[in-house]
Write a protein that binds this ligand. Structure first.
Ligand SMILES: Nc1ncnc2c1ncn2[C@@H]1O[C@H](COP(=O)(O)OP(=O)(O)OP(=O)(O)O)[C@@H](O)[C@H]1O
Ligand SMILES: [Mg+2]
Length: 374
């Protein structure tokens, strides 16, 4: 268990400013996922926390104690940080069997033989690789090696577990199983976990908190639900969610009573003052972007109060769900319907969207101005 604070961390590789004044606190017991596109600095952040990289500036505290101080003078050795790291590329000892790989670190910790046995067995069982206990790494597939690497990290009972895309080599099914295993592991051991991925589903399903990166900076740190329902800017909105969020242009005006009047292809709305964020709202009429998730768009076949006529553009049946592309005026958007449904191309249908589930962004600043209340 540990609490990590990163304060104004800056990291350069040559001229490349990879981490820009990074501020992030990982609370004791958090499952914190660093999420973002390739090259945004996720692995670098993990390497700074682990001590494999020295930042050019900033402070890092582990449980309130300095591991890196402002003058970069005090620098706690990686081995003294009480953590365990599993890399994107898993580094197993090639000349040792799976069992020896896991037991090695435990013997250094001077654990009893029985305890070592138990930890090896438990960790292999958890990662579902008991049958490979006596194999060498070169006799294992990439996904199996990856699981051994996780088992080895878990077996040492670290207070902080750093995982860099540990499931990247697993097939889709195993990855889903491993997500549950990692969640269980987190709950049972109470270990603080920092987890790196560019897979948003992984991030949304396992984490207690997500730090969304954008080119070396954090754009949002929040719970998965908050990130999904209220992305802080249009970039975050577009990055999170598959199928992607619907974005529609509109015009807005702040009324004298503090409510927000919005006109778009989704019709006319007046959003209550209480749903507006702290962002400054321009005076007079201004451009906005409305955002709503495909699962919030409900299709009805008859005109009724509060629904809106649209045309069906295409159907994409996918077994458990169907994506329906719709057109309202010049705007098109997606509706996600449960199960297999079919509409005729060009069929006139009606959509209903709960206004509380519509987010509004200032088109110019791209920031969220009206949120979904959870
Ligand atoms: N040792 C290094 N020397 C020079 N540049 C580096 C080094 N390591 C990383 N970089 C650069 O720093 C930036 C961030 O890299 P990082 O590995 O942190 O990205 P990432 O978010 O983990 O990406 P990915 O999802 O592809 O693993 C990239 O532009 C990368 O090219
Ligand atoms: Mg990486």
């Amino acid at each position: 268990m540990s609490r990590i604070e990163l304060i104004n961390i800056n990291k350069y590789y040559g001229d490349n400013h990879v981490l820009k004044n990074l501020n992030l606190t990982i609370e004791d017991g958090d499952f914190m996922t660093l999420l973002g596109p390739s090259g945004c600095g996720k692995t670098t952040t993990l390497r700074v926390v682990s001590g494999l990289e020295r930042p050019q500036g900033g402070v890092m505290l582990i449980d309130g104690k300095e591991a890196i101080n402002a003058e970069n003078a005090f620098y706690l050795e990686p081995s003294k940080r009480g953590l365990n790291l599993v890399f994107q590329s898993y580094a197993l000892w090639p000349h040792m069997t799976v069992k020896q790989n896991i037991a090695f670190g435990l013997k250094i910790q001077k654990l009893s033989k029985a305890e070592v046995e138990k930890r090896v067995t438990d960790s292999l069982k958890m990662m579902r690789i008991e049958e490979y206990v006596n194999r060498y790494p070169n006799e294992l597939s990439g996904g199996q090696q990856q699981r051994v690497a996780i088992a080895r990290a878990v077996a040492s009972n670290p207070r902080l577990l750093l995982l860099d895309e540990p499931l990247s080599n697993l097939d889709a099914r195993l990855r889903i199983d491993m997500r549950s295993e990692l969640q269980r592991l987190h709950r049972e051991l109470g270990t603080t976990i920092i987890y790196v991925t560019h897979d948003q589903v992984e991030a949304l399903t396992m984490s207690t908190k997500i730090a969304l990166f954008k080119a070396g900076e954090l754009s949002q740190v929040s719970t998965p639900v908050e990130l999904y329902m209220n992305p802080i800017d249009l970039q975050a909105a577009d990055f999170i969610g598959n199928p992607r969020i619907n974005l529609l242009e509109g015009k807005a005006k702040l009324r004298g009573d503090g409510t927000l009047e919005v006109h778009s292809a989704l019709g006319d709305h007046v959003f209550p003052k209480g749903d507006l964020t702290n962002e400054t709202i321009p005076s007079g009429e201004f451009d906005v972007v409305l955002a709503t998730r495909p699962e919030q768009v409900h299709i009805e076949t008859r005109a009724a109060d509060g629904n809106l006529p649209v045309k069906v553009y295409a159907n994409q049946p996918a077994g458990s769900e169907t994506l329906v592309s719709l057109q309202a005026g010049k705007s098109d958007f997606l509706a996600k319907q449960l199960g297999l449904v079919h509409y005729d191309i060009n069929q006139q249908v009606y959509v209903r969207i709960d206004p509380t589930k519509i987010n509004v962004y200032n088109a110019q600043t791209t920031r969220l101005i009206k949120r979904t209340s959870l």
